[in-house]
Each structure stands twice: as structure tokens, then as C-alpha cells.
Design a protein around this ligand. Structure first.
Ligand code: MSP
Length: 518
């Protein structure tokens, strides 16, 4: 099965910040997870380089738009390896192949009769690159997102007949309740559709920085259609000499709530107009807030991902994003919150479980995982290890990144309790004592068997949870699975591995903050 996941493509007029990294990391978790399930994955991200915001930013700097985008796009691209992102391609909408394909597709939409010439008048936000409907206006004709006064614009341009898709979109939302997740966003999209669709402009006459309409080269395409099309154009040229469209389309989109309307309403309509299959679905995440505000360049409250990574590593940041804020909702992030979770959960819970397990196997069993049976005490119950992988897969099928992580974490806690309950160090002492009893044959004692079982179950629990965590924390997962002597990376059930492999002790995965600072 193929699995195609995309991120929004990022405006290059700002520096990348954690809000951008957030969408990309989410898509990366899904891409990595699906690869571990044996899916044929294609993961796309990139930059949105045309349109007014970019042209304006360039003008302010006294640059040509092309110079600005060439300067800024690499910042987004370079961020990816630093946040352990495994994209298969990076699209730039200024790529000539993208531009050519956009022209082909918009010509189809035109030829199919969904384009006409008209006059547009409305309230325009240059930062959103969007005309606002009456319902979307903030107080005193302001932009509800950027809080700036809107410009009244009137222009001759080409229109896309969005209204022609009223019935089709209502049908889509009626038939596919999971087209947009979470449910609150589905409802928002549906009510936008039910509010009655007006035609939208397809082009802008005043701009030159964009893709020209093939039948009217004085107009450039409205940046949103140009941008949305990246999801299909990329497949036509990501691999030289190959068209991947058949293999991967349709996509699953990860986006933020501010761009819901474009993806959930304009995009399916445009695809229908061009004769393409609709996306598999989309997940709409909320905002990461700092001190209660959306992080953004203009508000100046940005948490610099580079700084966080330098201090704590990318995996800790990736973990924190989906643990602290329920994926799909808004939530606050802060340095203090980050440090608290780093210490309490990564260092104390996961890190400690890992180092204790490896140390005990090393010490009591010469670094070889004993072969034993699954312990029903650890497998069963609400937080037992049996069925964990199926549960996580089901949650990630719905892009529920936070709940899936919570399920894994419950098992990490369960494993730590198991150590406390079974007290392997006491079992080791008993085993030692039994073996020294005079006249006792040197067969395995009851304590020795129990110790085998406990150590096997700990190693196996750590293997299964780490396999699932690897999508969230790829570097840590690799180190840990390497230390545990696990070869495959495919997701497997608890008990699927019989033990017998050698392990290696590793330095702490997440050194305590005070220790790291010392
Ligand atoms: N270029 C458009 C998207 C076109 S997709 C065909 C765009 N770019 S953006 O750079 O402004 O934003 C990209 C994504 O980053 C959006 O999904 C947005 O929600 C996300 N975020 C930007 N700041 C954010 C937070 N503070 N928190 C979470 N995500 C936010 O829109």
C-alpha cells in the first residue's frame, strides 16, 4: 500500500520557527511510522515562494523576489535534517517544473469550463494573501489573524467557479465524515460549505511574481492555487524520469487551523475541476502558543528550535511538541514546561528504564537477553503490553499523535512499575544464594528462572515501546534498538521476539539537565 503525506509549504518571507517545524515533525512521525508498517511512503514538504507577501518582503529589502526566495528557502530546507525529518522531496513553487505543471492543470480547469473573467471587490489581507468574506472580518474591517486593517481591493481578474461545487462538496462532507479531522474542524469546514460558496479569484493582475495564466499572461495565478497544487505537481518531477502520481496520489495532508478553508474547501473543488481524485483526508492541528499567543515572526514571541535542539537534541523537542500539546488543539509551550517533561519523562522514566534494563541484563546475564515466556502480569490489563502496537497503529491511522504517544508512555510507566514490583536485584541475590547452597545441584533455581523471565519481559517491553517511539524520536530509537540488539525496525507485537540476543550498555539517552550543565 502507498502512503503519501504532506506538510503545508512554508512562506519564505519569514525565518523558520517552531510553529513551522511542528507541522513538519507531525508529518514526519506519520511517514516514519508508516514505513515501519511496510507501507510504500512518500513524504513531501517544501516552500511557498510566490505571491504578494514574498514580493512585499523582497521590496522592503530592496531585493528581487527571486533573490529573496533563493536566500530564504535553504533555511527551511536546512532545518529538516536538524529536526530529524525524513522527507522524500523538497518542493519549491519557484521550481520551473512546478510552474509548468501548474499551467497545465489550470488550463484543464479552464477548458473544463470552471473559469471566467470578472471584477472582484472585497477586503484583502496581504499577509494572508486572502480576500475575507463578511463572516471572516474582524472588528472594523481587520484581519482576525494578523489584526491589521484590511485593504479594500477592486480588480479585474479570472474567477474560479467554486460555487459550481456546492452540491459536490456537501455530498463529500456527507459521505466522508473523516475527510477532515478532528471533528471540530470537520464541522467548521462543513459549515463554511453550508454557508454558501462564492466564486473566488483565480488570478491577480497587479502581481508579476507568480505563475502566469497560460491563456492570459498578464495575470499571475492566485498564490493559494499555485501553492495547493504543489501536492500534485511534486509527484510529476520528484524523481527524475519518473511520474509518481499514479503510485502515490491521493495524499494525506497535515496542516494548521489557519489554512483550513483553502485545504478543506478550495482544494477539493479545484481537484474536482481538474479531474483529480480527492485527498485521502487531512488532519488540522492547532497552534503552539507562547504566553497565550500564536508563535509568529511578527509577534516576536518565537521559541527558536535551533536553540532548543542545541541544548537538548531534536528528539526531545519532537517528543515535547506532541506530549505537551494535544495534537489538534492549541496549547502553550515554554522553556520551563519543556525542561520539566525532559527531566521527569525522558530522563527519569524512559531513560532510566532503558539504563536499568540494559545494566541488569549485562550484570546478571552476561549481556544476553534470556529466552523466556511473556509474563501475563505485564501483558494484560488496561496498560498491559499486549495489543499495544495495534492500538498505536489505529490511533496513528487517525493522526492522533498525542493519544498514540500517551498509550506508549503508559507502557513505559508500566514497565518501570514492573521493575519495582519484581525487584530483579533481589531475585539475583536469591539466585546467587541458591547456587551456593551446599549439596544443591547446579541447575537453575526458581529465582533464576524468575529473573530470566523478568529480564526477558523488560527487554521485550523496551523493544516494543521503542519500536513505536522511533517514529517520534528516531535518533534515540536507533540507539536504543541498537543497544538492545534488535535488527528489524518493523512494528511487532509484545512477545514476538524470543530473546537470546546480545545487548550493549549505552550512556544515558537523556542526561539529566543539571548533570548535562555540570
Ligand atoms: N504557505 C502557506 C501554506 C500553503 S500550503 C499549500 C502558509 N505558510 S506558513 O508558513 O504561514 O504556515 C505554514 C504552516 O505553519 C501552517 O500550517 C501554520 O498553521 C503553521 N504554523 C505557523 N505558526 C504556527 C504556530 N505557532 N503553531 C502551529 N503551527 C503554526 O500558510
Amino acid at each position: 500500500m502507498s502512503y503519501y503525506v504532506t506538510t503545508p509549504i512554508y512562506y519564505v518571507n519569514a525565518e523558520p520557527h517552531l510553529g513551522h517545524a511542528y507541522s513538519t515533525i507531525a508529518a514526519d512521525v506519520l511517514a516514519r511510522h508508516m514505513r515501519q508498517r511496510g507501507e510504500d511512503v512518500f513524504f513531501l514538504t517544501g516552500t511557498d515562494e510566490h505571491g504578494e507577501p514574498v514580493a512585499q518582503a523582497a521590496e522592503k529589502l530592496g531585493l528581487e523576489p527571486r533573490e529573496l526566495v533563493d536566500r530564504n528557502a535553504p533555511k527551511f530546507k536546512e532545518l529538516l535534517p536538524q529536526i530529524n525529518v525524513s522527507n522524500d522531496f523538497f518542493i519549491r513553487t519557484s521550481d520551473p517544473q512546478h510552474e509548468a505543471r501548474v499551467q497545465e492543470i489550470v488550463q484543464i480547469v479552464h477548458d473544463n469550463g470552471y473559469v471566467y473573467e470578472g471584477t472582484y471587490e472585497g477586503w484583502y489581507c496581504p499577509k494572508c494573501a486572502d480576500f475575507k468574506t463578511e463572516l471572516e472580518l474582524g472588528p472594523g474591517h481587520t484581519c482576525p489573524i494578523h489584526k491589521i486593517p484590511l485593504e479594500r481591493e477592486r480588480e479585474e481578474n479570472w474567477f474560479f467557479k467554486l460555487s459550481a461545487f456546492q452540491g459536490e462538496l456537501e455530498k463529500l462532507y456527507g459521505e466522508r465524515q473523516d475527510f477532515v479531522r478532528p471533528k471540530a474542524r470537520y464541522n467548521e469546514a462543513l459549515s463554511f460549505v453550508q454557508g454558501g460558496l462564492e466564486d473566488v479569484s483565480l488570478s491577480r493582475p497587479k502581481l508579476t511574481w507568480g505563475v502566469r495564466l497560460p491563456w492570459d499572461p498578464d495575470q499571475v495565478m492566485y498564490v493559494w492555487f499555485d501553492a495547493l497544487l504543489n501536492y500534485v505537481t511534486a509527484l510529476s518531477y520528484a524523481r527524475e524520469g519518473e511520474d509518481l502520481t499514479e503510485r502515490y496520489w491521493p495524499a494525506f495532508h497535515i496542516i494548521g487551523k489557519d489554512i483550513l478553508k483553502f485545504h478543506a474547501v478550495y482544494w477539493p473543488a479545484f481537484l474536482m475541476a481538474a479531474g483529480y481524485e480527492l485527498p485521502k483526508g487531512m488532519f488540522i492541528h492547532g497552534y503552539l502558543l507562547m504566553e497565550g499567543h500564536k508563535m509568529s515572526k511578527s509577534l516576536g514571541n518565537v521559541l527558536d528550535p535551533f536553540e532548543v535542539i542545541e541544548r537538548f537534541g531534536a528528539d526531545a523537542l519532537r517528543y515535547y511538541c506532541f506530549r505537551e500539546v494535544s495534537f489538534g488543539q492549541d496549547g502553550s509551550v515554554s522553556a520551563a514546561g519543556f525542561e520539566a517533561r525532559y527531566d521527569a519523562e525522558l530522563a527519569n522514566e524512559y531513560g532510566n528504564l532503558a539504563s536499568r534494563t540494559l545494566a541488569m541484563i549485562d550484570r546478571y546475564r552476561d549481556a544476553v537477553v534470556p529466552r523466556a515466556e511473556v509474563d501475563p502480569d505485564l501483558a494484560g490489563g488496561g496498560d498491559g503490553l499486549a495489543g499495544l502496537e495495534a492500538k498505536v497503529c489505529e490511533l496513528l491511522d487517525r493522526a492522533d499523535l498525542t493519544q498514540a504517544l500517551e498509550e506508549i508512555w503508559k507502557r513505559i510507566r508500566r514497565l518501570n512499575r514492573y521493575v519495582e514490583e519484581t525487584r530483579p536485584w533481589d531475585l539475583a541475590k536469591d539466585e546467587e544464594r541458591d547456587s551456593q547452597e551446599p549439596g544443591r545441584p547446579r541447575t537453575r533455581s526458581g529465582a533464576g528462572d524468575r529473573l530470566d523471565s523478568v529480564l526477558y519481559n523488560l527487554a521485550e517491553g523496551l523493544r516494543v515501546t521503542t519500536l513505536l517511539l522511533t517514529a517520534y524520536m528516531p535518533e534515540t530509537g536507533e540507539r536504543m534498538l541498537g543497544a538492545l540488539g534488535v535488527e528489524g525496525r518493523e512494528i511487532q507485537a509484545f512477545g514476538a521476539h524470543r530473546g537470546g540476543q546480545s545487548i550493549e550498555r549505552v550512556p544515558p539517552l537523556f542526561p539529566k539537565i543539571e548533570a548535562a550543565a555540570a
